[in-house]
Design a protein around this ligand. Structure first.
Ligand code: SAH
Ligand code: SF4
Ligand code: F3S
Length: 452
């Protein structure tokens, strides 16, 4: 059997896509390997979001090329595929910079992989046209064994692409226009996952709360309605969704938090900046106070809600006063954890053209200050759960023998001792200590078991 090695960069959409590509290629006689050196086929599933991420691909491609040459000397062939968002953004330019690449394929086209591989025997191929057909209709379903190997918490892509055009962001160009998958397909996929032991679904997409898929009744369903439907799938105990946009946080979804027990009390709602001036220049179309109000209303529904966010520092024209507004917003909201980045000018986006770019040293200094505050809040949030009794979904064995590891409702990793409980069970655990990355707890009560 031939072997495929996939390396993914970037967001969860790429993790999900990597799984679909391996499912597809297993039908073509490829088994998955975790070592690049063994692979007959290497796929780099790339991210274009920041310059560093995109440039990493070329250094990695240098390494893969050397491997290809070494294997060739031993009479073995290695095919190289560049997939994902750099593939979409740069297309044929990749072949020019890295001639050892055989196939360049965009995120909406990877269902064509078997055909592209075939065609690449003659010469390298590029497939980045946005196709008319839906790739999901052309992808094979994962086998039970494949699902089981990926664990009890699974991603489910419900929506793809983005129509928001934030002025800093490449996603609308790399992933294309916003498309929601129909409810019936999602229920089928969720049922299949649950049948193989999956207990938690994370609904993913670039803007999941803009979900507007076709319901079985022919009407358009919102994310709230979809969540209620997926909660009915036997075996599914927990639901999460990511990423959301503040503009699409509608009343029904806010009410679903607190009303639907399966919907976990965690929310990733990126705000990017606390300055109204910067938010406007970013084309976010909401103010910092509107964001504060959304969070306050949601916390009223689900006290303890773990709120996380993404931040960009050093957006063009960002002044010290603007940055102070971001620090003030962070202090007001209190985040469970966050991701923060220096603004990176991306080719083809409006913000990259601006003449008022912020100097690198200023970005570095602001990022350090922001990250210090966010880290203090993360530690405080975790510390705040010490003494609480939480449900933990067991995902894997813990670090030490006799330990299991899982996640709290608030998405915190938790370790605890148990000789009897297994992966997929939900245990009641009292948190006794917060470590650097994990919480440590003691088992209070075995949880529910679901026959899969
Ligand atoms: N769709 C999501 C996030 C997509 S990208 C949303 O709208 O929130 C993930 C994060 O990368 C963004 O939230 C943003 O914080 C960051 N990001 C995107 N473009 C960037 C750029 N040009 N420079 C720095 N960070 C960027
Ligand atoms: Fe990018 Fe904005 Fe769309 Fe998020 S909402 S993917 S940041 S354009
Ligand atoms: Fe990166 Fe594409 Fe995701 S640019 S963040 S992999 S949508």
């Amino acid at each position: 059997m031939k072997k495929v090695f996939v390396k993914s960069y970037g967001c969860q959409a790429n993790v999900y896509d990597a799984e679909r590509m391996t499912d597809l290629l297993s039908g073509e006689g490829y088994s998955e390997t975790a070592t690049m050196e063994d692979a007959d086929l290497v796929i780099l599933n790339t991210c274009h979001i920041r310059e560093k991420a995109a440039e990493k691909v070329y250094s990695e491609l240098g390494r893969v090329r050397d491997l290809k040459i070494e294997r060739e000397a031993q009479g073995q062939e290695t095919k190289i595929i560049v997939a994902g968002c750099v593939a979409q953004a740069e297309g044929a330019e990749i072949l020019r910079r890295a001639p050892s690449v055989d196939v360049v394929v965009g995120p909406q086209n990877y269902h064509h992989l078997p055909d592209l591989l075939q065609r690449s025997r003659m010469k390298a191929v590029v497939d980045t046209e946005f196709p008319i057909e839906d790739k999901f209709d052309h992808l094979p379903k994962p086998t039970r064994a494949q699902i089981v190997s990926r664990g009890v918490s699974a991603f489910l892509t419900i929506q793809e692409g983005c129509d928001k055009f934030c002025t800093f962001c490449v996603v609308p160009y790399t992933r294309g226009t916003e498309i929601s998958r129909p409810v019936s397909r999602l229920v089928d996929e969720a049922t299949r996952l649950a049948g193989a032991g999956v207990r938690e679904l994370s609904l993913i997409g670039q803007n999941v709360n803009a979900y507007h898929g076709e319901g079985p009744d022919g009407t358009t369903w919102t994310l709230s309605r979809l969540l209620y439907r997926l909660a009915e799938v036997p075996g599914i105990a927990r639901l999460r969704y990511t990423t959301s946009h503040p503009r699409d946080m509608d009343e029904a979804l806010i009410l679903t938090h607190g009303d639907l027990p399966a919907l976990m009390p965690s929310l990733h709602l990126p705000v990017q900046s606390g300055s109204d001036r910067v938010l406007e220049a970013m084309n976010r179309k909401h103010t910092a106070d509107e964001y504060r109000r959304i969070i306050a209303r949601m916390r009223a529904r689900q006290p303890g809600l773990a709120v996380s966010s993404d931040f960009i520092v050093g957006f063009p024209g960002e002044t010290d006063a603007d940055f102070d507004e971001t620090m003030r917003l962070v202090a007001d909201v209190g985040f469970a954890f966050s991701f923060s980045f220096k603004y990176s000018p991306r080719p083809g986006t409006p913000a990259a053209e601006r003449g008022d770019q912020v100097p690198e040293a200023v970005k570095t200094e602001r990022l350090a200050r922001l990250q210090k505050l966010l880290e203090t809040q993360r530690v405080a949030y975790n510390q705040g759960t010490v003494g609480q009794t939480l449900d933990v979904l067991i995902e894997k064995p813990g670090r030490l023998p006799g330990q299991m590891a899982g996640k709290s409702p608030y998405l915190q990793p938790v370790q605890f001792d148990t000789e009897t409980l297994a992966v997929g069970e939900i245990a009641t655990v009292r948190i006794i200590r917060a470590g650097g990355g994990s919480l440590f707890g003691e088992l209070i009560k075995a949880g529910d078991k679901v026959a899969a």
